[in-house]
Design a protein around this ligand. Structure first.
Ligand code: BGC
Length: 349
């Protein structure tokens, strides 16, 4: 079969090539790939900045935002041939740490977790892939290609769940949420805010293109100014840019008792660093909580499925702005100005 593979930590090594059929050890469920979403993590892996091949191997099959059709459910699975499924990304560490032992692999304590298409296990950008039945999430067949949005939805579902756990530490009636960054993660975070009945604001640099309209279609308000120029103090900020300046301004602007949830992964930063003691002073004097959130466990996958099922299909469809063939994966990985979610399509739904 064909697969999109890369030699992690070596830029320029990605290729679409012949690759052995998936190993039975990867799971008893055999799946035909339908589509795989591309995200910033894939770009980082291809640029040689992130990613790990399976132990003893040089190359890693890329891709963690999957959607596939069951070819053979194998023994011991309630799945049926033809079901649409998405694969959970992370696997618990083998020790296991206390969090992995109770199924909270997203909170792994020792960093020895593995992730499909990212860390030590092959991903989903291959014509066929295998998965363990307990890590295959069946999606409503009426979602079709939109099922490929499940994995990014799980990431923000977890972020929201943690914001809420922190919020209820005191009397808490959140009204306004600011989402920084109107990429797929930001827009899905905004969708959850809208489903929760909050006054949702989304901030992004773009002044033209699809983003402002997609935000307004949610009933939310779009801003293209800086966070400090917003003129109000949000109760919750879901930060999805990873940009130093946006993070600093978010911490300065959040309301008293507010929560800033960081989901974006950036690097370095410009000259706008706020002094650590000033950030800490604001956090102390205003009871602010800053939380980081990565990945998702099974309860978030379950909830994310409900969130997608409740969402307007047409709105979700606007998030998928480009579909590329596997042989054109290089174009899929190159950002174009109007891109939201780009998917590599292996077969029809
Ligand atoms: C994936 C997560 C993963 C994280 C860190 C993200 O792009 O969506 O599942 O945990 O990267 O590797």
């Amino acid at each position: 079969m064909k697969a999109i593979t890369v030699e992690p930590k070596k830029p320029g090594t990605a290729r679409y090539e012949d690759f052995p059929e998936p190993d039975l050890q990867e799971g008893s469920v055999l799946v035909e790939a339908v589509a795989v979403g591309v995200c910033g993590t894939d770009v980082e892996i291809v640029e040689g900045k992130y990613g790990w091949a399976p132990p003893g191997k040089d190359r890693l099959v890329l891709g963690h935002e999957s959607l596939g059709r069951v070819i053979d459910p194998g023994p011991g699975s309630s799945l049926k041939k033809g079901d649409l499924v998405v694969g959970i990304v992370r696997r618990p560490d083998p020790v296991p740490c206390p969090n992995c032992a109770v199924g909270e692999w997203d909170m792994c304590r020792n960093g020895q977790y593995t992730e499909r298409g990212i860390k030590e296990i092959h991903g989903f950008m291959s014509e066929r892939w295998r998965i363990e039945p307990e890590y295959a999430i069946k999606v409503d067949s009426s979602l079709g290609i939109l099922g490929v949005l499940l994995e990014p939805t799980t990431v923000v579902t977890k972020a929201w769940a943690h914001v809420i756990s922190v919020g209820v530490r005191a009397f808490w009636e959140p009204h306004t949420v600011l989402v920084t960054g109107a990429g797929p993660i930001g827009l899905l975070a905004a969708l959850i805010g809208a489903q929760r009945g909050l006054d949702v604001h989304v901030l992004d640099r773009a002044t033209t293109g699809a983003k402002p309209d997609i935000v307004r279609a949610l009933g939310a308000t779009y801003h293209s100014c800086s966070v400090s120029a917003l003129g109000f103090e949000p109760d919750v900020i879901i930060e999805c840019t990873g940009a130093g300046q946006v993070i600093n301004e978010s911490i300065q602007t959040i309301s008293s008792g507010g929560i800033v949830c960081l989901t974006g992964v950036g690097h370095g930063g410009g000259s706008s660093k706020a002094a650590t003691a000033d950030v800490a002073a604001a956090a102390v004097l205003k009871n602010i909580v800053i939380i980081g959130s990565v990945n998702a466990n099974k309860r978030h996958w379950y909830r994310a499925g409900k969130i997608l099922a409740r969402a307007d299909r047409k709105w979700l469809g606007r998030l998928i702005t480009r579909r590329e063939k596997p042989e054109n994966f290089k174009q899929a990985l190159e950002r174009q100005p109007d891109d939201l979610k780009v998917v590599i399509q292996f077969s029809e739904t």
